[in-house]
Design a protein around this ligand. Structure first.
Ligand SMILES: [Zn+2]
Length: 228
């Protein structure tokens, strides 16, 4: 089903570019949302900083304290990011959804899919893995992993990681690949898995993993505990 797959992957491209694609309006007021999908009402308006930011301990402290928000991936006319101080999901106005990045896969209010959370830290994947999840107040829209690698054969490394997780890799058909955007397809437990692999010459790999509707539309459960 090349056409179907291509459609799904195109959707993931969209997801990658605008953070997430939601269709359910969040509880947004005129100035911003007043509560997150998990019912927390501690929404903070955080000023967005754009441009190349010189990394410093002070900047990191301000980011950690939600005093400033790094403007990567934000719409240019966005001045303020509305962030829940309890669960750290941030409101995405274009998608009308909430997104969160984190290095601890156990720290998300909705548990990440096992395949995403358990994506092995292969020794060729250097530094850290950044996990991402985007939700509306009803369901999970997408989850992904970004990582940095020192290998030129990122696709092979990712395929090996997936095989370690019990995924049977199948060759994608009908997809034109280029060096910076490659695809992998596979199956596990009856689910079709599509992986979109973005790489740059900085060797930062971003792996977008999407599965069938069972995964993409899993309902959000109330946050039992908010681990950070
Ligand atoms: Zn919250």
């Amino acid at each position: 089903m090349p056409a179907h797959r291509h459609f799904a992957l195109a959707v993931m491209c969209f997801v990658a570019n605008v953070a997430c694609a939601g269709e359910v309006a969040a509880s947004a007021g005129t100035d911003g949302p007043t509560q997150c999908p998990f019912g927390h009402k501690s929404i903070k308006a955080v000023p967005i900083l754009y441009g190349l930011l010189r990394h410093s301990d002070e900047l990191q402290r301000q980011i950690d304290n939600l005093e400033v928000w790094r403007g990567v991936g934000c719409a240019r006319d966005e001045k303020t990011k509305f962030v829940c101080t309890e669960c750290r999901y941030a409101f995405e106005p274009l998608a009308q959804a909430w997104a969160r990045f984190g290095e601890n896969p156990q720290s998300f209010a909705v548990p990440l899919a096992e395949l995403v959370a358990g994506f092995a830290k292969n020794k060729q994947l250097t530094s850290r893995l950044i996990y991402y999840q985007c939700v509306t107040d009803k369901k999970v829209l997408s989850e992904s992993i970004a990582f940095w690698t020192t290998t030129d054969s990122t696709k092979e490394v990712v395929a090996a990681c997936l095989r370690d997780r019990g995924v049977k890799i199948t060759e994608p058909r009908g997809l034109v690949e280029n060096p910076s955007l490659q695809f992998l397809t596979g199956s596990a437990g009856g689910d079709t898995i599509m992986v979109e692999l973005h790489t740059s010459n900085l060797r930062r790999g971003e792996v977008y993993i999407t599965m069938d509707a069972k995964f993409a539309n899993k309902p959000i459960a109330p946050a039992a505990t908010d681990k950070r």
